[in-house]
Design a protein around this ligand. Structure first.
Ligand SMILES: [Zn+2]
Length: 388
């Protein structure tokens, strides 16, 4: 018999509807019932979790995150990924996609194997969903903190090797579609069910439109490190804003993107196509100081991470703060901000049948927060992995 748990006394944001004094019942890894207290039958033997008037919501899914608490995906070890998994759970994540940076083939293969191991063994906090390869197939003009000597054109052969080493766990690739050969590369990703995302790109508007026709479906950290908008050459930003085929990531830390640009993105894409991400690096949850991003050193001061030449280099954002910023800086209802942090990432990855909302049949990936988005409890597949 699987253990039955009941969350009571919370405001449930599914997030498609709000249920005051809602009840969520989960059995083992799965949610089995959601409703009002008088509607849902709860077995006598069930374990009760009192949400104490908090908000019960689907757990956050960060599809673009490099590190935290002194660790980085590029450390390429089970231990680092497991520590990240625990740390992210304290900020309300129930899942994340381990994001790489531009590096040599051998380094990327090491990461692929470490992520594979973490997925096979399981981790103690947020679930590892796979790999987001940020580069190395990006534009030298828009590389930001990525090492110039690690950037190269897309290679089907290299990707195939990483794909196999990870046991087919690559979920997303951020690339610059202006590279020759990218059309074939994007088509290959699409056939494998991997999301092709435009990012770190100096492509023209029409180059992005071409790439959409070949299967491009997403944009990495919109506005940041992509050809900006001009009314005669709308660039990557113009294509992202206008084309519904693309979902759009947003680093909503109030530093990478001005709140007005955040509002513009929400207006253009609507509540269903904006995906909150952190792009966080190992300095998150650590004091100010110097940290490594790949081989480069970044300096973190007052929570802002910059390279030696002063360029923004990753963030120190967490998903709970991202949701809070969307409420405070952009003026969204909490329900909508949660949708952008939980439901939309699941839709983007094509896993919304099992994740991203509080509904019977879905994984019991649940976060209990207050109205200010302080995290009280994180439940991953029915297991309480964090509680205050
Ligand atoms: Zn980036």
């Amino acid at each position: 018999m699987k253990e039955v748990n009941v969350i009571k006394n919370g405001r449930v944001l599914t997030p498609f509807k709000t249920i005051e004094k809602g009840v969520v019942v989960f059995e083992g890894e799965k949610i089995v019932a959601v409703g009002r207290e008088n509607e849902v039958r709860t077995p006598k033997s069930a374990k009760i979790i009192d949400a104490s008037d908090g908000v019960v919501a689907p757990g956050f899914i960060d599809i673009h995150v490099h590190g935290g608490k002194g660790r980085d995906v590029m450390d390429a070890s089970y231990e680092a990924i497991n520590e990240l998994s625990k740390f992210f759970a304290t900020h309300g994540n129930t899942a994340f996609v381990a994001t790489t940076i531009s590096a040599s083939r051998s380094e990327l293969l090491k990461v692929a194997k470490a992520v594979r191991l973490a997925m096979e063994k399981g981790t103690d906090g947020a679930e590892v969903l796979g790999i987001h390869m940020e580069g190395p197939y990006m534009s030298p003009d828009e590389r930001g903190a990525h090492a110039a000597d690690q950037i190269r054109p897309p290679s089907l052969e290299e990707f195939q090797e990483i794909w196999e080493a990870s046991n087919r766990a690559v979920r997303m690739v951020t690339l610059a579609p202006e590279w020759a050969g990218s059309e074939k590369f994007i088509e290959n990703l699409r056939s494998l069910g991997v999301v092709a995302s435009v990012g770190h790109s100096n492509a023209t508007y029409s180059q992005v439109v071409d790439a959409i026709q070949h299967g491009l479906r997403h944009a990495s950290h919109t506005f940041h490190r992509m050809r900006g908008f001009h009314h005669r050459e709308p660039g990557v930003v113009g294509a992202v804003l206008v084309h519904d085929e693309l979902t759009a990531e947003l680093i909503c830390d109030n530093v990478h993107v001005h709140p007005t640009a955040m509002k513009l993105l929400v207006k253009a894409k609507g509540a269903n196509r904006v995906v909150l991400i952190t792009d966080a690096i190992r300095a998150v949850g650590m004091p100010n100081g110097e940290y490594k991003v790949g081989k480069a050193t970044v300096i973190v001061k007052n929570g802002v991470s910059r390279s030696a030449v002063g360029e923004l280099a990753g963030s120190t954002l967490t998903m709970d703060r991202a949701v809070r910023n969307m409420v405070k800086s952009v003026g969204l209802p909490l329900q909508t901000a949660i949708k952008m942090a939980a439901t939309n990432p699941a839709t983007t990855l094509g896993i919304d049948k099992v994740k991203g909302s509080v509904k019977p049949g879905k994984d019991a990936d649940i976060v209990i927060i207050d109205e200010e988005v302080n995290v009280y409890m994180t439940i991953v597949k029915g297991r309480v992995v964090y509680a205050t």
